[in-house]
Design a protein around this ligand. Structure first.
Ligand code: SAM
Length: 338
């Protein structure tokens, strides 16, 4: 069967799938403070629909799937859903991004269901600050979640830390210490401006992770390394004498579009070829309208594959955002899936 290759020769092998736009947190850089409208339940893709779409993506060469949200662990039935994904032959890697609030309860079950690993968002190591950033979250629960993931073997564990000037950039070295003491892969991520209210509130709060990296390189003995599951945008370094690693994701200060191998599926059933472009392909409408009858299965699969190919054809060569040009992006990560 043909493969998903975009107009610039990039092979698409990585699919990021948001299963809900709902979240138990409202991180200050992700969702606005004022009332946030969630997508009505009937507009959210059903698990069976998501599995069908992923099956066809795998038939077209996708080997890695990341489940995200919103907060994926707030959607009921997530363990069973992972079990269904595990049944897809040729799907090599299933991972999940979470704020870890529910992880101590879920880690073992997810591992048994076939989840390979988790990425955990953790933006502060100070309880009060963590609560402020997440608007009410619990650092204690997140740390317990990390312990459970380590115990369950959901490895390697990547920790996502979005750096925001004046908010948590004073904690960079605390995170480095965490990577020294524990087998965790800490990734410093550049804050990306998205959503009008957030952009206005966080004007001048951007901090170049590239610059942070240069500073840390001067202070610590950092050895560039490859992590087996990581062929994404992060560059990883082992700190001499440490158990974990640190990594840097520089979406704005250094683009990685040339090697981008991913597309996204939003929880409301839109394929999004590039995070930074509002171009989307409606796959939900296409499959919900698809013919019922004796050829249904065959036709649906073809419709799904055609939509996936269409989205990949529309993937732009790159995005134009940079440190100076942080044009107003109207999307919220919680809807698209980070
Ligand atoms: N609820 C889950 C979590 O907290 O990890 C998954 C969804 S969250 C939208 C996925 C990732 O997107 C998180 O690691 C978060 O830090 C990142 N994210 C959200 N908004 C962002 C922004 N404006 N800039 C950079 N990263 C962002």
């Amino acid at each position: 069967m043909s493969q998903l290759v975009d107009s610039f020769g990039r092979k698409i092998t990585y699919f990021r799938v948001s299963i809900t736009d709902r979240c138990n947190y409202r991180c200050i850089y992700c969702q606005p403070e004022k009332e946030f409208k969630f997508i009505p339940h009937e507009e959210i893709l059903r698990y069976e629909e998501i599995v069908e779409i992923i099956e066809e993506a795998v038939n077209l060469g996708v080997t890695k799937v990341r489940i995200t949200g919103g907060e994926p662990l707030v959607r009921k039935g997530v363990v069973n859903f992972i079990k269904k994904l595990r049944e897809i032959k040729k799907l090599e890697d299933i991972s999940l991004t979470t704020n870890a609030f529910f992880l101590s309860e879920y880690a073992e079950k997810l591992k048994e269901a076939g989840l390979n690993r988790v990425n955990i968002s953790l933006d502060s190591l100070q309880a009060e600050k963590y609560k402020k950033i997440t608007r009410g979250g619990s650092l204690e629960k997140a740390l317990k979640g990390i312990d459970s993931a380590l115990k369950a073997g959901l490895l390697p564990i990547k920790i996502n830390t979005v750096l925001i000037r004046g908010i948590n950039d004073d904690e960079v070295e605390d995170f480095v210490r965490l990577a020294l003491e524990r087998p965790l892969n800490i990734r410093f991520i550049e804050f990306m401006p998205s959503g009008e209210e957030i952009i206005n509130e966080f004007k001048n709060k951007f901090i170049s992770v590239q610059k942070i990296k240069e500073k840390l390189i001067r202070k610590y003995l950092l050895n560039p390394i490859k992590i087996s599951t990581a062929n994404g945008p992060a560059k990883y370094y082992q700190i001499k004498g440490g158990q974990g690693t640190i990594g840097f994701i520089t979406a704005l200060s250094q683009h990685f579009c040339k090697t981008c191998n991913r597309i996204r599926l939003t929880s409301e059933g839109k394929l999004r070829p590039c995070l930074f472009s509002n171009t989307e392909v409606d796959i939900k409408q296409a499959i919900r309208k698809s013919a019922r009858g004796k050829n249904e299965g065959f036709l649906r699969k073809k419709i799904i594959r055609d939509k996936l190919k269409e989205a990949v054809r529309l993937k732009p060569e790159g995005h134009k955002l940079n440190i100076k040009n942080q044009e107003n992006l109207s999307f919220h990560m919680s809807r698209i899936g980070g």
